[in-house]
Design a protein around this ligand. Structure first.
Ligand code: ADP
Ligand code: MG
Length: 275
């Protein structure tokens, strides 16, 4: 198991964001296979510290696979392999002496379908990652409160922290999952279509949360919703795969440029819904 980390030093008082440096993530020439089927081809991308980077592109172009590579979940898939490097704060997360669980503590993941522990209390859901990560906290109540505040859920649940996570609405459950990820103080939060299962109002709340987190944690979000990509991200990468080319980045850069002045006609077609 990973060495214990005391996050209380990073969270004085439990109510303010940690005053520690933001950390960037970078992939260099990442290729990926399922068996002999190559699904990603030399994907190089810099996800800048504290920014929200949106990954866009049609279904099947490898966005979810790429996200799983970024926190070492890809290697858990049977038959999966990869080449290339992923650097967190300049350090290769695939270095042989690094433990996958330790990498995943620093690089959290939120999925399309909210997956809190439904029978577990809201409070325990938020705290559940701490034990798994071997993190000791002097003031767990404060950390749970801070995490729920950062996820934009505190005011809705403060009076019923002992209610089961499954009693919340879908959108609240998704923000609970974000709070659970934040509790272990990650450097990066990966989100794979976090709003696809949510109604428009809940979607907006999650987008507000993402906007609040910008500047506090490095975020990478996969989305099919172009308005959402434009609203929440500062940088954007457009992925594409064709029948004879594995998923690759066609164009990446500042979100505004991708939407308003795309350099590739395929990017223009995609962001304008002509795909
Ligand atoms: P996206 O998230 O962009 O829709 P995915 O990363 O899910 O794309 O999928 C990329 C390609 O990899 C697709 O061709 C898909 O069928 C294939 N793929 C994804 N997961 C697996 C798996 N576990 N085993 C085999 N092939 C997979
Ligand atoms: Mg996907």
């Amino acid at each position: 198991s990973p060495p214990p980390v005391d996050v209380t030093a990073q969270w004085p008082g439990g109510s303010v964001p940690p005053d520690r440096p933001l950390v960037g993530l970078e992939s260099r020439d990442v290729s990926a296979w399922f068996g002999t089927h190559k699904v990603l081809e030399r994907v190089s991308l810099r996800m800048r510290p504290g920014e929200v980077t949106a990954l866009i592109g049609p279904s099947g172009c490898g966005k979810s696979t790429y996200l799983r590579i970024l926190n070492r979940m890809h290697e858990m898939v049977r038959g999966a392999s990869l080449a290339g490097e992923v650097l967190l704060d300049g350090q290769d997360i695939y270095r042989p002496d690094r433990q996958p669980a330790q990498v995943r503590r620093r690089i959290g993941m939120v999925f399309q379908k909210p997956n809190p522990f439904p029978a577990m209390s809201i409070y325990d859901n938020v705290a559940s990652g701490l034990k798994l990560a071997g993190i000791k906290v002097a003031n767990k109540d404060a950390l749970v409160e801070t995490s729920l505040r950062r996820a934009g859920l505190w005011n809705e649940v403060r009076s019923r922290l002992r209610a089961p996570g499954g009693a919340l609405s879908g959108g609240q459950q998704q923000r609970l999952c974000i709070a659970r990820s934040l509790a272990v103080s990650p450097d990066v939060l990966l989100m794979d279509e976090p709003c696809s299962a949510l109604d428009p109002t809940s979607t907006r709340r999650v987008e507000d949360t993402i906007a609040e987190l910008q500047g506090q944690v490095t975020i990478v979000i996969v989305t099919h919703n172009m308005q959402q990509a434009a609203r929440v991200s500062q940088s954007c990468a457009f992925f594409l795969a064709t029948h004879d080319t594995p998923g690759h980045i066609v164009e990446a850069g500042q979100t505004r440029g991708i939407f308003e002045d795309p350099q590739d006609s395929r990017t223009a077609d995609y962001v304008h819904g002509r795909f």
